[in-house]
Ligand binder design. Sequence first.
Ligand SMILES: O=C(CO)COP(=O)(O)O
Length: 242
Amino acid sequence: MRRIVIAGNWKMHKTQADSLAFLNGFLPQLETTPEQREVILCSPFTALTSLSKTLHGSRAMVGAQNIHWETSGAYTGEVSGEMLTELGVRYVIVGHSERRQYFGETDKTVNLRLKAAQASGLTPILCVGETKEQRDAGETETHVVGQIEKALAGVDQSKLIIAYEPIWAIGTGDTCASDEANRVCWLIRSQLANKDVPIQYGGSVKPGNVDEIMAQPDIDGALVGGASLEAETFARIVNYVS
Ligand SMILES: O=C(CO)COP(=O)(O)O
């Protein structure tokens, strides 16, 4: 049985106070969440400590949004795996398209960050996905398969989550049709040595489309941006109807 993993990516949203207010509304709604669903909240670095303390012993776990590949050194502005695990962080997003687009993340640095995350005991959530131009040119498959190959060179597939996030569907309200998302998730799985790696879909996941997305056979979860910022909305997604 493959794991089901629903993660919220808060991106650059929420102070510590905002995070705690969110949890007040969110945690009680996890009481009815089926046990086999993993629930993760990926906050900015500054809220990780508060999240970790408040979530201790609860159903939800804490994730970060980036990690540096070195264990320490002169890397101003960066954070190491040990710094994250010390706070109780268990997961980390790696290679999000916003980091690739705005912060010069490459397939090479994604690969280094994945290995560093695993070396420090974190489970990385590797993000891949194509642009609108690539999709329109019929290059989705070759692009995504290329990203997967380069990212996973030398990476342990037993401690890994992958998120397929078509860039044109992120923050646009323009969801990828669930059968199209499923087809790409299936393709990703076909490239993996470990067929049990959970593969999430991300891109405008909302209460109104989550049930249909999660009904797809090769989609094992969701990576949710905007709709993870509000407790009621994210709880509805986590408690999707299967
Ligand atoms: O980028 C995403 C999650 O990592 C998706 O963002 P939205 O859910 O806001 O489209």
